[in-house]
Design a binder for this molecule. Structure first.
Ligand SMILES: Cc1ncc(COP(=O)(O)O)c(C=O)c1O
Length: 398
């Protein structure tokens, strides 16, 4: 049996190496290392691929951007994508942005950096997605934006988010770093994660569903004026060379990373299907075990299984389970052990009046109980039945 990794990047390179090498060699030979043609090619391929959308006429009249096609902008990493998104919205200092507390730190970090105040809300304890009723209850006079995170590979309830945003005149920024390629579908709206709000942000961190071989990220928007502003902001605030209209950043997607991504992008759908097949096998082997719950699926979204995350009945089982799995050669991860409002730096900021929390009992609970198992397109059935047997044996022994 091959050694088990959370994400087996070596096995992926073995499978796709020829296509990646060909793209890389052509970019190296071409020698346009900064803003080479591969970046523009990737931006247009992804913009076109992610554009399909259906929206009710009432959503389109509230959000005219929904009638545009997706413009994609390659940037240096997913955190920069989020920073650029909020820079482009140019919200007054002290504006509130509602976002889940059960998430990766990048979004909250960017808000604090930009003098915006996060309002941390709850996620649904079964799907792990932002609880839109909690968002409704959290809206206050300073609220200017909602920032859902499409956690683990499913898309949050975007038609509910957009309806709420329309009611209160709010921006919507989507963090789709974990859900690129996931499709949302309700009666009023269907589209790809990251392409329904005003701005969507993703990461090409190597372990992401579409990962490069270093850092990379992308911003999506259907709004032409936001697209122009984002492009200038990512280029030192310049619309024309040496004309700095805004205080910006130097945030570029590297040409060689774009070349790698061009080789992988046509496989994204297949990566999702392979991950979904692996998730199905986990479900079959593990569901019904009384010490755990398998991940719930949102009825409104496809799942691209960036993570396959179990919820343990007994939080005291998590550490011994992880240790037993590690001893059997099986890595596992906890995404995330500490809710954002309890992170030291953010707790200090919150106690100084920068941002607010709401009822976060499900978040607190999940942080103690979740455990993510290895999942990637290359996980094979032999590895997976070994993992499932070890998980069951470990839990039965606790
Ligand atoms: C949900 C989420 N948002 C943002 C990021 C930040 O992406 P990057 O590491 O490319 O800056 C990540 C990456 O781990 C993420 O998982």
């Amino acid at each position: 049996m091959r050694p088990i990794q959370m994400v087996d990047l070596k096995a992926q390179y073995q499978r796709l190496g020829n296509e990646i090498d060909a793209r890389l060699q052509s970019a190296v030979r071409n020698a346009a290392y900064i803003k080479g043609p591969e970046v523009a090619e990737l931006e247009s391929a992804m913009g076109e691929g992610l554009s399909p959308l259906r929206a009710s006429s009432s959503l389109v009249s509230a959000f005219p951007h929904l009638s545009g096609s997706v413009q994609a902008l390659g940037v240096a990493n997913g955190t920069d994508a989020l920073q650029l998104a909020f820079m482009a919205l140019d919200l007054p200092a002290g504006s509130e942005v509602i976002t889940p507390a059960f998430s990766y730190a990048a979004l909250a970090e960017v808000l604090f950096l930009l003098n915006l105040n996060p309002v941390f809300v709850e996620v649904d304890p079964h799907t792990f997605l932002m609880d839109v009723e909690a968002v409704r209850g959290a809206i206050g006079p300073q609220t200017r934006a909602i920032a859902p995170v499409h956690l683990y590979g499913q898309t949050a309830d975007m038609s509910a988010v957009l309806s709420l945003a329309a009611e209160h005149n709010l921006y919507v920024v989507e963090d789709c770093a974990q859900a690129l390629g996931s499709q949302y579908c309700s009666d009023e709206l269907s589209g790809f994660a990251g392409t329904m709000g005003h701005i969507g942000c993703t990461s090409f961190f190597p372990s992401k569903n579409l990962g490069c071989m270093g850092d990379g990220g992308m911003v999506f928007t259907r709004d032409a004026s936001l697209a122009a502003r984002l492009r200038a902001l990512a280029n030192h605030g310049q619309e024309q060379k040496y004309q700095h209209r805004y205080i910006g950043l130097n945030s570029r997607l590297d040409t060689l990373q774009a070349a790698i991504l061009l080789a992988k992008w046509p496989h994204l759908k297949d990566f999702g299907s392979r991950r979904a097949a692996a998730a199905q096998r986990y479900d079959e082997a593990l569901s019904g075990h009384d010490a755990l719950a398998v991940p719930a699926r949102s009825p409104l979204s496809t799942h691209v299984y960036h993570q396959y995350t179990l919820t343990l009945q007994n939080p005291a089982h998590r550490e011994p389970l992880r240790q037993k799995l590690a001893a059997a050669g099986i890595p596992s991860m906890v995404y995330y052990p500490t809710p954002l409002h309890r992170q030291e730096a953010y707790a200090v900021a919150l106690s100084a009046g920068r941002g607010r929390t709401t009822d976060l009992h499900s978040t607190e609970n999940l942080c103690q109980r979740v455990i993510s198992l290895p999942i990637c397109p290359e996980l094979d059935t032999e590895q997976q039945s070994y993992i499932c047997n070890q998980v069951k044996a470990a839990l039965d022994s606790l």
